[in-house]
Structure formats: C-alpha cells, structure tokens
Design a protein around this ligand. Structure first.
Ligand code: NAD
Ligand code: IPM
Ligand code: MN
Length: 348
C-alpha cells in the first residue's frame, strides 16, 4: 500500500502534549504513514499574526490524505480568532460536513451512572459540521445601549440537511446498526425543524432495514442518562451535536476519552479529540492522551489501515482495564507514561 501523508497540527495547550504521544502510538503500530507538522497555534498567531496561511486549506486538500489536530484555544487570544480560522476553517472551507463522534464505554468503572455495563454504551453522534448557528451570520444594532438587539441566524440548507442525514443512514448501514434517531427542537424552531423533519422522512424511506426515530433534543438528554443502551446512531445539527457530545463524553469517562472525525467521504478529512486545550492542565504531563490516540485509530481506519486501528483501540481498552490511567479517569500515571504503555502493547 502507498504510504499515507498526514498533516499534523498539535495546536495549543494540552494539544501539544497529547498529539506527539498519539503519533508515537501510530508509529508503534507500524502503519505506513508519514507526518508533516504545522505550527498553526496561538504561539504562531501571537508571533507573526498567521492563523492559517492563505493557501493552507488548498494545500492540505492537495498534499495530504488526512489531517490530525490537537486542540485550539488560548487565554492570551481573547477573540479566539486563530481557533475559529484554523479549526472551524478546516471544517467549513474543506467542507468536512460530517462530525462523527463515537461514544463507547471501555470499562464500567469509567461511567458515572449506576449499573451501566460496557455493552450498554455504544452509540455514535453524527453532527452536521458546516451550517447552523456556527455560520456566524447575524449582527448587533444599538450596541452598548439599553435598546441593544443581537441576532444569530441558524442556517439550514436542503443540501446540507440531506447529506448529513444520508451520511447517518449510510453509517448505520455500514456498521450494521438498526436505528437512526434524528433529534431537533422542531416544536419551537419550526422552520429549520420542519426542513429536518421532511428530509429525514424522505431519506429514511430509502433505508428500509433501518428504523427511523425522532426525539426532541431536551428529551434526548434525559434519555441519554436514563437509557443510553437504547441509542445507536443520532443525527443532529451543529449546535445540538456540540452540546450532546460533551454530555456523551461524560458517560464514557470524560472529555479525555472522546474521539472524533470531521469527514467528507471523498475529500481529505480531519481527526481530533473532542476536548479542548485545557489551559489549566497544560505542561503538567497530566492530560489524558486516550482521546487523541482513539482519534488516531479512527483516522487509520478511515485510511483503510484497519488492522493497525483495531490494535490501537484494543491497546487502549487494555490500558483502561489494567488501570494504566491518568488522573481524570481515576489513575495516577502521566500523559507520557500511559501513551508509552499503549505503544508497547501495540508493538507486542
Ligand atoms: P476543555 O475540553 O479544554 O476542558 C474541559 C474540561 O475537561 C476541563 O475540566 C479539562 O481539565 C478537562 N479535560 C479536557 N481534556 C482533557 C484531557 N485530555 N485529559 C483530562 N482532562 C481533560 O474545554 P474548555 O475548558 O471549555 O476550553 C478550553 C479552551 O479550548 C477554550 O479556548 C476552548 O475554546 C477550546 N476548545 C477547543 C476545542 C477544539 O480545539 N476542538 C474543543 C473545545 C474547546
Ligand atoms: C468542539 C468544540 C468546538 C465547537 C469549538 C472549540 C469551536 O467545542 O469541537 O466540540 O464548538 O465545535
Ligand atoms: Mn464542543
């Protein structure tokens, strides 16, 4: 197989610590990949004003098979402009319309809920990744006065809604899942919700072996806590997907455990842990590297390196079950020590 080219953007904070560890684990797996690192981050922005170079997105799409990102966000950059331009820039400009966030429990001890077994928590959130309130369309009027008005538009296109719903059904089919649940707030947001409802019914009719379901997003939050075993594939808009996946991350042991892929099925896609740059943890060798390592495994599977991906995921499961853990999930090991243990297990 031809070697795969991976662009690596560690970013800020703990991104700079967990990403090198995940790269070491990929290398230990023997996957035929080459890394090229880019320093796009708060440090770079504060040094010379660069967020991402002018041809950055075109270069990534042209020269790489996948992108691996840590986290972006730094208290020194109050506007968060670099994170918006780099991270949301990749998602929007590269049209990575499906944000795939699997939710799996590797050991019952990681779940904060009572009586949840490993097999009870295994669902995936498919989050629309290019539209919604994230498009930053809106404005303010009479700013700073008692009469101030602020608007923030929720953009939902027929094309965008249809392709994410279709992606969710295709994902369910490919992963032999039997149910796809669309979640929205169509009882209040009637225009956008109406579009999602109509398109969901139309697309669902093409997948006769999959049961379509619907819940309002507030009720789904309750369901996710009370009966997580009932969930298989959830499809939703950008904002609800963002919120639901932090809640879902808590069920699997916290943000340190959650992985994601930002995918366009026929373009260079991007993989990143769900967590942010966690400034208070940065530089202390305490951040959990598992979310990044699991994101690396998702990336390898996406690049058809399935054997390597599976070995990495099972090494993470072994690490969790054998207590090789960082503090956030009840252990006492450091970022590097956990990753080194996993790398060794992958090599063995
Ligand atoms: P965060 O994910 O950085 O942290 C939230 C909580 O989870 C904190 O308690 C943190 O200590 C903990 N946590 C996160 N990752 C962890 C890990 N690997 N191991 C152990 N504990 C971990 O979210 P935040 O505090 O809301 O945001 C901090 C910065 O990160 C902000 O600038 C924000 O905009 C940015 N951010 C970036 C991304 C991204 O790049 N994808 C995602 C979320 C937040
Ligand atoms: C995520 C993050 C981002 C988002 C932020 C950092 C812009 O929270 O990836 O979940 O809201 O999508
Ligand atoms: Mn988020």
């Amino acid at each position: 197989m031809q070697r795969k080219r991976i662009a690596v953007v560690p970013g800020d904070g703990i991104g700079k610590e967990v990403i090198p560890q995940a790269l070491m684990v990929i290398q230990a797996s023997g996957a035929p990949v080459d890394f090229t690192e880019f320093d796009w981050s708060a440090d770079r922005y504060l040094k010379d004003g660069t967020t991402i170079p002018a041809d950055g997105f075109a270069m990534l799409a042209r020269d790489f098979d996948a992108i691996f990102v840590g986290a972006l966000g730094d208290p020194r950059v109050k506007t968060n402009i670099h994170a918006k331009e780099i991270l949301l820039g990749m998602r929007f400009q590269m049209d990575l319309y499906a944000n795939v966030r699997p939710v799996k429990l590797f050991d019952a001890s990681l779940c904060p809920l009572k009586n949840v077994r490993v097999e009870d928590l295994n669902f995936t959130v498919i989050r629309e990744n290019t539209e919604g309130v994230y498009m930053d369309i809106g404005g303010v009027f009479k700013q700073g006065t008692p009469d101030e008005v602020a608007t923030q538009e929720d953009i939902n296109t027929r094309k965008g809604v249809e392709r994410i719903i279709r992606f969710a059904f295709d994902y369910a089919r490919a992963n032999r899942r039997k149910k796809v649940m669309m979640t929205d707030k169509s009882n209040v947001m009637t225009y956008a919700g109406g579009l999602w409802q109509r398109v969901f019914q139309e697309v669902a009719a093409e997948y006769s072996e999959i049961t379509p379901q619907h819940m309002f997003v507030d009720a789904l939050c309750l369901q996710m806590i009370r009966e997580p075993q009932s969930l298989e594939v959830i499809v939703t808009n950008n904002m609800f997907g963002d919120i639901l996946t932090d809640l879902a991350a808590a069920l699997q042991g916290g943000l340190g455990m959650a992985a994601s892929g930002n995918i366009h099925p026929s373009r260079t896609s991007m993989f990143e842990p769900v967590h942010g740059s966690a400034p208070p943890l940065a530089g202390k060798n305490v951040a959990n590297p598992m979310g990044s390592i699991l994101s690396a495994a998702m990336m390898l599977a996406h690049l058809e390196l399935r054997g390597e991906a599976e070995r990495i995921e099972s090494a993470v499961i072994d690490a969790v079950r054998e207590g090789r853990r960082t503090q956030d999930i009840g252990g006492s090991m450091g970022t590097r020590e956990v990753a080194e243990w996993i790398a060794k297990r992958v090599t063995a």
